[in-house]
Design a protein around this ligand. Structure first.
Ligand code: AMP
Length: 292
């Protein structure tokens, strides 16, 4: 058993991480992978703890993947602090941090990219063209570099989770994809590296995102059956807080296609811009508490 304060080993070279993890696999260790873009918060840490609980070895990757940013300003403004992240992870018995430079992941002669199909073009994909191709490409590369038993992803990025499940299944990778619950601030705002970029007024406005999701649950609990009415109330709430809506959707949690009637569990998804910061969130609406 490792001591709580043992430092994770920081690896930046892909060859090193690959040979190290391959060796551990050959001696029968199970490997848990937690891919992140850094600026770590309690949401990321919950994934790390899940991996520590389930796997012998935990690898956290920190890489701000340029391929998944369709907006260059979003990429240049993305918070990065490897020192703080390393410190946070050193409070836990994490084994390895893999933090490659972009040229490690994408050498100049690098050329492939993954098309994830129709799932990559709806919802987030509609507003961030190429985003899921970038996500799938970097993750597939990481899966090969770090042959893992389980990859831990947040349901906070629900569509990403579905896309990755599809990539793993369609490419026959022997990796279990584990979706972990969303960790929230006290007022319900989902933790996100982007929250750091909100000023204090915007931080207050941002509460509307989770509140909109709660409105959907409250309306369903009260017996509301009209999808359009629920969506409209959610939109009104966000707009009253001066949030700019990219989408508000009630979808089938498996296909992510819009639902027409309330006959099953439904996933409510929102993407909202507060000032220049884009926030996404989702919540599974439970039908068992319904009154009718
Ligand atoms: P990111 O660094 O934003 O790419 O996120 C890395 C992983 O952490 C992804 O699988 C996210 O879904 C997950 N994640 C981000 N925010 C949260 C949160 N608030 N709760 C749980 N998981 C999260």
């Amino acid at each position: 058993m490792k001591s709580r304060m043992s430092k994770p080993e920081l690896v930046t070279e892909k060859k090193v991480v690959q040979t190290t993890i391959e060796k551990l696999r050959t001696v029968g260790k199970t490997i848990g992978l937690v891919p992140t873009m850094g600026a770590l918060h309690e949401g990321h840490i919950s994934l790390v703890k899940e991996s520590l609980a389930l796997c012998d070895v935990t690898v956290v990757t920190i890489f701000v993947n340029p391929l998944q940013f369709n907006d260059k300003n979003d990429l240049t403004g993305y918070p990065q602090d490897l020192e703080a992240d390393t410190f946070l992870l050193s409070q836990l018995p994490v084994d390895y941090i893999f933090a490659p430079k972009p040229e490690q992941m994408y050498p100049v002669d690098y050329s492939i990219s993954i098309d994830v199909g129709p799932m990559g073009r709806i919802l987030e994909g509609r507003f961030r063209p190429g985003h899921f191709s970038g996500v799938a490409t970097v993750l597939l590369k990481l899966f090969h570099l770090i042959p893992s038993n389980v990859v831990f992803l947040g349901t906070k990025d629900y569509q990403q989770l579905k896309v990755v499940e599809g990539v793993v299944k369609d490419s026959n990778l022997p990796i279990q994809v584990k979706g972990c619950p969303t960790i929230r601030e006290e007022d319900g705002l989902a933790m996100s590296s982007r929250n750091k970029l909100l000023n204090s007024a915007e931080r207050l406005q941002a509460k509307c995102v989770y509140q909109a999701l709660q409105i959907a649950q409250i309306m369903v609990d009260a017996g509301e059956c009209e999808i359009e009415k629920i969506i409209q109330k959610m939109r009104d709430h966000i707009q009253q807080a001066d949030g700019k809506i990219d989408y508000v959707a009630l979808v089938n949690p498996e296909t992510l296609q819009p639902v027409k009637r309330i006959t099953q569990n439904i996933l409510a998804l929102v993407a909202v811009r507060i000032g220049s910061i884009r926030l996404i969130d989702n919540n599974l609406i439970q039908l068992n508490t319904r009154r009718n």
